[in-house]
Design a protein around this ligand. Structure first.
Ligand code: MF3
Ligand code: CO
Ligand code: CO
Length: 276
């Protein structure tokens, strides 16, 4: 989600954003989030074999839409969300996030693509994304994909009550920058539940011990975006959604939805290929 740190008031200039309370989920709510999370993960598992040279991102969208609505009896959250026109986000190569599926965007050998799926089941959201390689991709692209996934995993590994959001951001920034990549700052992870994007904002950069303290029962996403070149982004003027790297170099992103437990966290969108 777009990171908001200020509200531009006409009279005051920049005034600090007022933090809203963080919704702590009950065990009953977490059970519903578990169901939604599993469904979102299953969409990514289902779509994998379809991600091949020659398919359009529009077709990937139709396959996911059909699966979510007809097989899962769930709702694709992006569709009509703030006017977003499709059911998933497909972000290819230098697209960082929020790519709009299109019949004219045909995947070619060597492309990398992030597919971001959010489903609503029984009123609760599950939000997750992964990177796919289309055919044979160059080693430099594979390395960017691997390091960005490691950033997510390293962040997940430290989540438990008592740490802070700054600790999460720090781990991601540290690992990404140690590998000579840059971290996108304009978009962040987010609280999630009945509402798609709720408090807190989960930044992918930060300082240890800073920011909001994590508590049991919080549910939020971590979704680091790493760029091969500079961290700067550009928002499409023509569609108002597609975010690209300013230098048009590659970007990669991975996302999971987590629930904080008494001594760690549960990855609600874990896929069977992952041992977390
Ligand atoms: N799934 C994205 C996220 O991780 C949000 C997509 S909103 C949309 O927060 F409108 F672009 F679909
Ligand atoms: Co998200
Ligand atoms: Co997402």
């Amino acid at each position: 989600m777009l990171y908001n740190n200020v509200i531009f008031g006409p009279a005051l200039g920049a005034v600090p954003r007022v933090p809203m309370p963080i919704h702590i989920k009950t065990p009953e709510e977490i059970e519903k989030m578990r169901v939604a999370g599993r469904l979102a993960a299953e969409v990514l598992e289902m779509i994998g074999p379809h991600v091949v040279p020659g398919i359009s991102t529009g077709e990937l969208d139709r396959i996911c839409h059909r699966y979510i609505v007809q097989e899962q009896d769930a709702i694709p959250a992006p569709l009509n969300y703030n006017g977003f026109p499709k059911s998933i986000c497909t972000s290819v190569n230098h697209v960082i996030c929020h790519g709009i599926p299109s019949d004219s965007k045909i995947l070619k050998n060597g492309d990398i693509i992030n597919i971001d799926v959010t489903v609503i089941k029984d009123g609760y959201h599950g939000d997750t994304s992964k990177m796919f390689c289309v055919g044979e991709t160059p080693d430099h692209a594979k390395r960017l994909i691997r390091v960005s996934q490691e950033c997510l995993y390293k962040a997940i590994a430290i989540v438990k009550p008592g740490i802070t959001l700054g600790d999460i951001g720090h781990v991601i920034q540290q690992h990404g920058e140690a590998n000579h990549y840059s971290i996108v700052r304009e978009y962040c992870g987010h609280g999630i539940g009945r509402i798609f994007h709720e408090e807190p904002q989960v930044l992918h950069f930060g300082k240890p011990g800073m920011g909001t303290r994590i508590q049991e029962g919080m549910t939020f996403t971590i979704e680091p975006m790493l760029n091969a070149g500079s961290r700067y982004t550009k928002l499409s003027k023509s569609d108002g959604w597609t975010v690209t790297t300013k230098d048009r170099r590659l970007s990669a992103q991975w996302e999971h939805t987590l629930a904080v437990t008494s001594d760690g966290c549960e990855v609600l969108t874990r896929r069977t290929e992952e041992d977390l």
